[in-house]
Design a protein around this ligand. Structure first.
Ligand SMILES: [Zn+2]
Length: 502
């Protein structure tokens, strides 16, 4: 059954505590391994005995010898025999690495006391067994856990340092986390996100351009981590604990970010109005000739400065004071802001629509999966034909084509993944944005304001000295212009569902 290579190596290990137990001794392990190899027509070429070292780490001298030996003698060694898989390692990922290593040398890993079926199921079982071994190990560390909890209550973070921090140790002191150079990016990410203007994906690409190695998943994790504000929190403790490390994000900023992320934690926003010159420049059109207005200061008789928006067209004398208009603008935004009852309805409708799309995606997913499976069958058929004399060139050309097809479909498949939590977050953000349009504009800086207003009024606004008008508001706001709930429902449905020709 065991291919052509008949050589084998035995690996035995025992830890001091197990030594006394019957069946665990090195002698019995080795004896069992030899009996196993005999019954499988394998010839023992080398034996590696590890004595009394911990299975926690892989830095074992005999194991290292075995690995080297296996690679040098891969032509004659067809199997490595162990009494039990956990003799090799108690860690799942280590086991997988070992398994891959031996597989690459075409050496089978055989266990005397466990299943050796080299099928997906056999492999899975072995992974499971080594996972069990890992769990045992973790239970042993329960005591360590208590010690760590104690240290944590004193304000020390004990887990891997999050992005933007690293561990540092002063002589004679316990090690604590300190900010790294990356911390400026973390701080910036919070600062940007708290404005409510940027999506996470915008922040990711912005920071990536600056040289920060960040993904959307990582950013999301960062934005939710209270450690950055100096608080320790994990599943072991009910209430956050004040840490001893240096915070890199102000707590109010952190809270604001949580508010945006979850829509909860109502947090009073401070109104700080930045005096920026002519925020409406670029948006404001002349109500007479539709030209974009320019802006500038002029000095009054007593030396007082006045700001004006004025029309550049010759002969068109439109000239508007800035302060009056800029005070009216937030009110105007407030007037197009949807009411909260509409927003709840909006959320419900979005949810319905999302569900429908999700079902369609699921269908698409199944289709792709079955196509990939079909292509897999095709490869098998071609393999069969090859052994029956199919031209090698033809075979290669066909196989390459199929493999490319499979890859393309796999990519399509991964594009389909839409996470419900992403969706909810997106809806919450959207609601927040819609419900706070005016406030967000008032609190934004010049760039944020301009980004905002161009989004809401794609074709600009006009002002005749009394009323602000616009030809077009963003579709999303237009949805909320309906007067009653029922009417809104109709409008919304028409907007979000595929249109029929009515
Ligand atoms: Zn004009």
């Amino acid at each position: 059954m065991l291919e052509s290579k008949t050589g084998a190596a035995i690996y035995c290990r025992v830890s001091t505590t197990e030594q006394a137990e019957q069946g665990y001794s090195l002698e019995s392990q080795e004896k069992d391994c030899r009996r196993f190899s005999d019954s499988h027509d394998l010839i023992i070429k080398e034996t590696f005995i590890e004595r009394g070292e911990s299975a926690k780490t892989q830095k074992r001298t005999q194991l290292q010898r075995l690995l080297k030996y296996a690679s040098v003698n891969k032509k004659i060694i067809g199997a490595v025999i162990v009494w039990k898989i956990d003799r090799l390692t108690r860690n799942v990922s280590d086991f997988q690495q070992l398994h891959n290593y031996f597989t690459s040398l075409e050496i089978r890993l055989l266990s005397v006391t466990e299943t050796n079926e080299d099928s997906p199921i056999g492999r899975f079982l072995r992974t499971l067994l080594s996972a069990q071994a890992q769990l045992d190990n973790e239970q042993k560390s329960e005591r360590t856990k208590r010690n760590m909890l104690e240290a944590m209550q004193k304000g020390r973070w004990l887990w891997p340092a999050p992005t933007g921090y690293k561990y540092a140790k002063e002589p004679g002191q316990k090690s604590i986390i300190i900010p790294t150079q990356d911390s400026i990016y973390v701080t910036e990410a919070f600062a940007l996100f708290q404005t409510g203007v940027y999506r996470q994906v915008d922040i990711v690409s912005h920071l990536q351009q600056k040289g920060f190695n960040v993904t959307e998943t990582l950013l999301n994790k960062i934005l939710r981590n209270p450690l950055y504000t100096g608080l320790l929190k994990n599943k072991w403790i009910a209430e956050p604990i004040e840490g001893v490390h240096k915070p890199i994000v102000p707590r109010d900023v952190f809270l604001k970010v949580q508010f945006i992320l979850t829509g909860k934690n109502p947090f009073k926003l401070q109104r700080h109005r930045e005096r920026s010159d002519f925020p409406l420049k670029g948006l404001l059109l002349c109500h007479k000739c539709s030209k974009k207005l320019t802006a500038g200061w002029s000095r009054g008789r007593r030396g007082v400065k006045y700001g004006y928006y004025h029309c550049p067209t010759k002969g068109c004398s439109v000239n508007l004071r800035n302060d009056h208009l800029e005070d009216l603008f937030p009110d105007y935004l407030r007037s197009i802001q949807p009411k909260s009852e509409y927003l709840d309805l909006f959320e419900a409708i979005l949810h319905d629509t999302w569900k429908t799309r999700q079902e369609a995606q699921l269908k698409e997913k199944r289709r792709l999966e079955s196509e990939i499976q079909g292509l897999g069958e095709k490869i098998k058929t071609l393999d069969g034909l090859l052994s029956k004399g199919l031209d090698l060139e033809d075979y290669k050309r066909n196989i390459d084509q199929i493999k490319n097809d499979i890859m393309a479909k796999r990519i399509a498949l991964s594009d389909l993944k839409v996470d419900e939590s992403d969706f909810s977050e997106c809806v919450q953000y959207c609601k927040l944005f819609l419900a706070n349009t005016a406030k967000l504009w008032e609190e934004g800086n010049l760039t944020q304001r301009q980004r905002f207003q161009n989004l809401i009024f794609p074709t600009g606004i006009t002002f005749d000295g009394e009323t602000i008008r616009t030809k077009e508001t963003a579709l999303i706001y237009a949805h909320f212009q309906a007067k009653t709930k029922a009417e809104y429902h109709l409008v919304a449905l028409r907007g979000f569902e595929p249109r029929s020709d009515d």
